[in-house]
Design a protein around this ligand. Structure first.
Ligand code: F6P
Length: 333
């Protein structure tokens, strides 16, 4: 079967880019897109620095060997950027012009919410066949159980909390540990549960300072000698200092410390789960394009590949797992 793109041409050359915050597994995903395309006898062009490179013409051909020895590496060999110019019609027009000149018939965009917002507009305006692959440590997209990078990031967080636990236990201290997640609490919830935290502060369930004080006071009175509280940044990095101060004012018997984990959460070699996810979704994106799917994100739901319209992936948002939250609460007594 021959599948045509929006211009009535068969897809021969696929562009691939990574955009937004980098996530461990992006390299494994680029590798998958390049190798799957070669398998189906399609050429691939790598676009450097996300939409910025699309607009400014930073392209390079990617034969299968160009992605050797990257499956285990963090970051992204194509670099990444957040690009304001692509939010303008003029910027997208320029990108379209470049694609035509370079003979690129279709795009695979690897990124998160912002990446898909741009991709959706680009498709609507210019009809460029595009498939997205969810890659963000935040895990905040509808249409996939996991985003690429989330598993590695949460493993990094758990390892960091374990190390803080050692020193917290030695000194009998109360630690507030801030994790990333943008506006969501998925990293905080999963890592907090896995690391045995005493309390979670996440935007989806904003507890009052009084609630936190009550839990920590109860812990102290029930002979817990130290406590770990995981705080999601919730769009306000550094807010943990304020929360710790407020708690400290009320519970002055605790020796309180704050740790902001920051960008260590974005780096490192991808976990096995992220490499498998990246490999599956890269192939799914290429096969989706060749089967005629457009303007959708490839994801995995209940271990099956599904394609979700960009609009839904962006707007519907991932549901917080209430059961995980309940379990974390039960186990923190
Ligand atoms: O979206 C990934 C993420 O790491 C968020 O968790 C965080 O809020 C944001 O990116 C940080 O962005 P930047 O690296 O641009 O500071």
């Amino acid at each position: 079967m021959v599948i045509m793109n929006a211009m009535g041409l068969e897809i021969e050359k696929i562009g691939v880019l990574t955009s937004g915050g980098d996530a461990p597994g992006m390299n494994a995903c680029i590798r998958s897109v390049v190798r799957a395309s070669a398998y189906y006898h399609k050429d691939v062009v790598g676009v450097m620095m996300g939409y910025y490179g699309l607009i400014n013409g930073h392209y390079s051909d990617m034969p299968p060997r160009s992605v050797g020895n990257i499956i285990h590496r963090g970051g992204t060999m194509l670099k990444s950027a957040r690009c304001d110019e692509f939010k303008t019609r003029e910027g997208r027009q320029q990108a379209w012009q470049n694609l035509k000149e370079k003979g690129i018939d279709a795009l695979v965009v690897i990124g998160g919410n912002g990446t898909f917002t741009g991709a959706h507009l680009f498709y609507e305006e210019f009809g460029v066949p595009i498939i997205g692959i969810p890659a963000t440590i935040d895990n905040d997209l509808f249409g996939t159980d996991y985003t690429i990078g989330f598993d590695t990031a949460t493993n990094t967080v758990v390892q960091a909390i374990d190390q803080i636990r050692d020193t917290a236990a030695s000194h009998g201290r109360l630690f507030f540990i801030e994790v990333m997640g943008r506006d969501s609490g998925f990293i905080a919830l999963r890592s907090g549960l896995a690391a045995g935290a005493e309390a979670l502060v996440i935007p989806e369930r904003e507890a009052s300072i009084e609630d936190l004080v009550r839990v920590l006071d109860r812990n102290w009175k029930s002979s817990k000698s130290f406590s770990l509280v995981i705080v999601a940044e919730a769009g306000e990095g550094g807010r943990t200092y304020k929360i710790a101060d407020e708690v400290n004012k009320r519970l002055n018997y605790y020796d309180t410390k704050v740790t902001i984990l920051g960008h260590i959460q974005r780096g490192g070699s991808p976990s096995c789960l992220d490499r498998v996810l990246s490999s599956r979704l890269g192939v799914a994106a290429v096969e989706g394009l060749l089967e005629g799917k457009r303007n959708v994100m490839a994801g995995i739901v209940n271990n099956k590949v599904v394609y979700t319209p960009f609009k839904d992936a962006i707007e519907k948002g991932q549901e917080l797992d209430e059961d995980l939250l309940r379990i974390a609460q039960i186990l923190s007594i």
